[in-house]
Design a protein around this ligand. Structure first.
Ligand code: EPU
Length: 320
């Protein structure tokens, strides 16, 4: 079994090895939602992506444990959607895709600690913290992903990153057991948290008592800045490339004259060069072709080699 937010890789063409009855056995007893051949476009901020063999939306943590227990020792890939820096190829994802959308409880605990289930959206969590005058999550203003997704990729902005706020993490491991890990036991690096294999079902965040108006002001200012400089009203996957050392990928792409460049309905945003927006019916193949064109043009015109921040997963479409 392969479990992880980024578990599904490349064009593996593994459909033939995954028999329907294996998948049916894997989802046995699940009380949440199980959908076969489920389109995934609605589950990504890009609004792009082929189907999952099976999409599971666990009703609760017990459901997650059941799923991982069922697939224990089997060669069934599991991929968790929830991050937003994600592009799912047009052929979709083989095996099981998990959405934690139903795991969205938030609890306040003593000592300015919030416990958020993995499917809680970051914007929801920030609003909850503001209502309780809890400071410390302002850095995450404008990040649209889930808490679990942000944890796994150590999401961050120029104001801070996930590792600054995490107290502990609860995951269901590959045996289907609950494992609580203190933050100190998790090696975090740039856009990455090294975790044992499993599914993150909750995160404890260590916040601090603050002044409500002040927290709200910082969050609003930052949201305004992002709204002014980024195409937040169009489907996208956030920044496509990592920033090159001491520079901004968006600035370099603009300098290379690439804003507005299109392949099909995929377009280099005219607002921020490091965003590719979906103008309607973009395919993953269009986005990938555009990424290649941008990379080549930037290298040729400025000498800068851009590395992807976006994660690309799933199979290429058999229909081209
Ligand atoms: N710039 C341009 N043209 C552009 C875009 C930017 O000239 O098309 C210039 C801006 O004028 C500014 C500089 O580049 O002088 C930096 O731009 P910005 O403040 O937008 O920051 P960034 O480095 O481009 C980073 C993160 C964003 C995050 C913003 C704001 C990365 C790769 N990018 O962008 O993160 O929202 O700061 O905090 O880390 C993401 O991770 O998905 C993402 C969008």
């Amino acid at each position: 079994m392969k479990v992880g937010k980024r578990g599904a890789k490349g064009a593996t063409g593994g459909r033939s090895t995954l028999r329907r009855w294996d998948l049916q056995a894997a989802v046995q007893g699940i009380t949440g939602t199980v959908t076969y051949n489920a389109p995934l476009d609605a589950y990504t901020s890009f609004k792009i992506g082929g189907p999952a063999d099976v999409l599971v939306e666990p009703a609760d943590v017990d459901d997650v444990r059941r799923l991982l227990t069922n697939v224990r020792g089997k060669r069934i890939p599991i991929f968790v959607v929830g991050g937003t820096n994600l592009l799912i190829r047009d052929g979709g994802i083989r095996g099981i895709v998990v959405s934690l959308a139903k795991l969205r409880a938030i609890k306040e605990e003593p000592g300015q600690v919030l416990y958020a289930e993995g499917g809680v959206g970051m914007p929801t969590l920030i609003s909850y913290a503001i209502r309780r005058s809890l400071a410390g999550l302002e850095w995450a203003a404008g990040i649209p992903g889930t808490v679990g997704g942000c944890l796994v990729m150590n999401a961050g902005t120029r104001l801070g990153e996930m590792k600054d706020s995490v107290k502990a993490v609860r995951l269901v491991d590959t045996k289907g057991e609950l494992l609580d890990l203190p933050a100190a036991a998790i090696p975090f690096s740039y856009r990455r948290a090294r975790l044992p294999k499993g599914i993150v079902v909750g995160v404890w965040l260590q916040l601090r008592q603050g002044a409500k108006a002040e927290i709200e002001r910082i969050v609003k200012d930052y949201l305004h800045y992002r709204r002014d400089t980024q195409p937040l009203t169009m489907p996208s996957a956030g920044c496509v490339f990592k920033n090159p050392p001491n520079d901004s990928a968006g600035r370099v792409i603009e300098a290379a004259g690439l804003k507005g460049r299109r392949v099909g309905d995929a377009e280099v945003s005219t607002k921020h060069g490091n965003f590719i927006v979906n103008r309607g019916r973009a395919k993953a193949a269009d986005v990938i072709a555009l990424i290649g064109a941008v990379r080549r043009a930037v290298k040729r015109r400025t000498g800068v080699k851009l590395d992807l921040e976006l994660k690309i997963v799933g199979d290429v479409s058999r229909h081209g």
